[in-house]
Ligand binder design. Structure first.
Ligand SMILES: Cc1cc2nc3c(=O)[nH]c(=O)nc-3n(C[C@H](O)[C@H](O)[C@H](O)COP(=O)(O)OP(=O)(O)OC[C@H]3O[C@@H](n4cnc5c(N)ncnc54)[C@H](O)[C@@H]3O)c2cc1C
Length: 385
């Protein structure tokens, strides 16, 4: 028997029973004073029988309360919180490619989580921890921003999760059927996007695109009449199928035609000049569609370039410089206004900006190394996710 379950099960019963005397007498007094007919009928009942009736009523009530409390403890919290795991239900699993899927998870009760989510979305990049109950291990995952097609009333969360044949959590999650429960806790803020940030260069590897979508969502919702923040995403993948249908906005074009939004009004050579028909001829992966949706929502404020290992296209120093050397018309040159964020597998982050380190049991940024350090970008702050 698991002591934890026993403990949880027994404890709630103590409370109703420990106040049993009071509960009975109060109930009985109210009953007696309110209804003369019941009073007279109780008078006609022999005292011993009355005692049994009372005990039976109290017993049934206590058992009911105990069962209710036990059930709510077994069900766990209804709201996402950082302390206890909340049981979400897997309601959809849509493949992005053969190496990853988007999971949609619904909380136990609708309409209780929006405040928790909203606080995290306003802040920046955030994650939650999933639990693998058999192995009792936890791994972090990054919720995708809501799209208009999400059922927002149900407070669902969506995740882009890579399939890894050797990964414990990944294998567990990809093996779950629709309707399965997934325990998660959070939110955990991974990075607060400073209020004054105007421009983000996001360098993403694989599922590192999920924090890029988050950063885009948080930054761009701060758009108003006087402020039009911008994000440029460099997204590297192993295979084309991971980013199927993705069309480069800048870097696949010959150097002289490369254009970012801030060179002024669009010309036929600008990113948006890629005909819509071309953008949609190849079937777009779900994540490419999310990126396209962000672009449509904030026209001219988002650009994306794709790099694919199997096509031998890799993110190079020049791809970074093309962006950092360009000047935003209203842009301040303070590093807090201009951020480079990097997210992806450890090796990818190390190559770009040097490894993160462990100090006193905590993961820390570590010094800036890798190709970004060689570029000497003084006006830009760099953060490894
Ligand atoms: C803040 C944060 C956010 C994240 N967000 C996401 C997200 O949105 N989506 C996502 O998919 N991931 C995300 N991750 C990564 C995720 O947390 C897990 O690390 C990932 O899913 C792998 O976990 P796992 O338990 O499946 O792999 P583990 O079992 O921990 O294995 C880790 C690695 O070792 C390899 N390995 C293990 N055993 C062997 C073996 N015998 N032989 C060869 N190789 C082996 C595995 O292939 C795997 O690559 C995030 C990580 C962090 C820190």
């Amino acid at each position: 028997m698991k002591p934890r379950i026993l403990g949880q099960g027994l404890h709630p019963f103590r409370s109703p029973f420990s106040t049993r005397g009071k509960f009975v007498s109060r109930s009985w007094n109210r009953h007696a004073s309110c209804s003369s007919s019941s009073a007279s009928s109780s008078e006609s009942t022999p005292p011993k029988q009355r005692l049994w009736v009372k005990l039976a009523v109290v017993g049934v009530a206590a058992a009911g309360i105990g069962a209710y409390i036990r059930k709510s403890q077994q069900d766990g919290p209804s709201t996402l919180n950082p302390l206890a795991f909340t049981k979400y239900t897997l309601i959809a699993k849509e493949p992005v490619s053969s190496t990853g899927s988007i999971f949609t998870l619904k909380p136990p009760k609708p309409d209780l989580n929006s405040t928790v989510y909203e606080a995290a979305w306003q802040t920046g990049v955030w994650s939650v921890m999933f639990k693998q109950p058999q192995l009792q291990i936890g791994r972090d995952y990054t919720p995708l921003p809501a799209t208009t097609t999400d059922n927002q009333d149900e407070d669902v969360l969506r995740f882009f999760i890579r399939k890894d044949a050797f990964g414990e959590m990944s294998r567990y999650l990809h093996g779950l059927g629709i309707g399965s429960l997934v325990e998660m806790r959070g939110p955990k803020i991974e990075y607060k996007i400073p209020k004054q940030t105007q421009e983000i260069l996001f360098i993403a590897g694989g599922t590192g695109i999920a924090p890029a979508l988050q950063a885009g969502h948080t930054l761009l919702r701060r758009t108003d009449e006087t402020r039009k923040p911008r994000i440029h995403i460099l997204w590297a993948n192993r295979r084309r199928e991971d980013c199927a249908g993705g069309v480069n906005d800048t870097s696949a074009k010959p150097q002289k035609t490369r254009r970012f939004w801030f060179f002024g009004p669009r010309t036929p050579a600008s990113p948006s000049s890629v005909p819509d028909v071309q953008r949609h001829t190849a079937a777009q992966s779900l994540v490419v569609r999310e990126l396209e949706a962000l672009k449509s929502q904030y026209p001219g404020q988002v650009t994306v370039d794709y790099f694919v290992d199997e096509e031998k296209t890799f993110i190079k120093k020049q791809d970074i410089l093309d962006f950092t050397n360009s000047t935003h018309p209203n842009g301040s040159r303070l590093p807090k206004n201009r951020m480079i964020l990097i997210s992806g597998p450890e090796g990818f982050i190390s190559y770009m900006a040097g490894p993160k380190l462990w100090a006193q049991g905590t993961e820390v940024q570590g010094p800036l190394r890798g190709i970004i350090s060689e570029l000497d970008l003084k006006d830009w702050a760099t953060w490894k996710l």
